[in-house]
Write a protein that binds this ligand. Structure first.
Ligand code: AMP
Length: 302
């Protein structure tokens, strides 16, 4: 079943110890859409500027993503810059230019309104809410956010969380949002704000998921070559939502598989800069790495 996603479509400038890119196609909604497209139909809502060419839109087309919800406005596309040191788990944001997102008022195409799955990728919580309010009777609503919004728009974020089923967030953000250091405490506090599940991304340490009263842990795939972690979180969310939108039931067993599907996609993302690691995958590559995850964590009985 289809997913509607709102989030940034961006030009990213990224420096890591392994290289750099300037003005590469990125943004939370872009990484999410490409990753989710391997599992389920995706409808994307975003805004881009007049500097966004057809060659950039092609990535959505190539993956069968419905991009009728990407509006083109006068001005510059969202731009973000970040730098990583050797510890790729930590990054410094060099700049965030909202540009056309500053005055964006999303209006969903009629074809999107009945999408049963909604993912509110990292963007202004007021925009996330405005998209959510337009979707009729969603079956599952998940969202992401980041410190920029936790600190910048705390009330709007709290209002949104009351309407969200699953929050997908990184560890530092979970601590910031809950004002608790211990992640179990933090997840419980966040579940008190509305979501019934909290999926905490921990970079190279994998994922710790609180699914109601169950806890599930998945490792990150140990890679010998890492180029650029940008977008790994959104790519994880894309694999996760894409998988779950393809399931009959949203139950803990499928949520666990969805978390591993997300981890598979994120592991491909970080191997290359920008979208290069996830642009040309196929089902065989995804299945192969899923099996590698299985054997990584398989231990027999005592
Ligand atoms: P991630 O590495 O998963 O946190 O995502 C990085 C992506 O998020 C980049 O492609 C950026 O363009 C985008 N991004 C960074 N900051 C923001 C922000 N404040 N709002 C929306 N998107 C952002």
């Amino acid at each position: 079943m289809s997913i509607v996603v709102v989030g940034s479509v961006a030009f990213d400038t990224v420096r890591t110890p392994f290289g750099e890119v300037d003005g590469a196609l990125g943004g939370a909604a872009t990484f999410f859409s490409v990753a989710a497209s391997y599992f389920s139909p995706v409808n994307v809502v975003a805004v881009v500027g007049d500097d966004f060419g057809d060659e950039h839109l092609a990535v959505f087309d190539e993956h069968g993503v419905d991009a009728r919800g990407i509006e083109r406005a006068a001005g510059r596309t969202f731009r973000w810059g970040g730098e990583y040191s050797l510890n790729l788990n930590e990054r410094t944001t060099l700049f965030t230019e909202l540009n056309v997102f500053e005055s964006f008022q999303p209006k969903l195409p009629p074809e999107y309104l009945e999408s049963p799955y909604v993912f509110l990728a990292n963007i202004d919580p007021e925009l996330q809410m405005s998209v959510l309010e337009q979707v009729e009777n969603p079956r599952l609503v998940a969202c992401d956010t980041m410190n920029f919004w936790i600190d910048g728009k705390p009330e709007a974020l709290r209002r949104l969380l009351r309407k969200v089923d699953i929050l997908v967030i990184n560890d530092e953000e979970a601590r910031d949002l809950s004002e608790r250091y211990n992640l179990v405490d933090a997840a419980n506090a966040i579940m008190g704000m509305g979501p019934t599940a909290v999926v905490i991304k921990r970079g190279e340490h994998g994922v710790l998921a609180f699914l109601g009263d169950e806890i599930f842990s998945a490792p990150a795939y140990p890679l010998d070559k890492l180029a650029d972690p940008t977008g790994a979180g959104d790519t994880f969310a894309g694999g996760f939502m894409g998988y779950i939108a393809g399931c009959e039931e949203v139950d803990p067993a499928n949520l666990r598989r969805a978390i591993v599907a997300g981890s598979v996609m994120a592991s491909y993302c970080v191997e290359e800069f920008s979208l290069a690691g996830i642009r040309n995958l196929d089902q065989e590559a995804i299945a192969r790495r899923y099996r590698a995850f299985q054997s990584l964590t398989d231990f027999g009985d005592l």
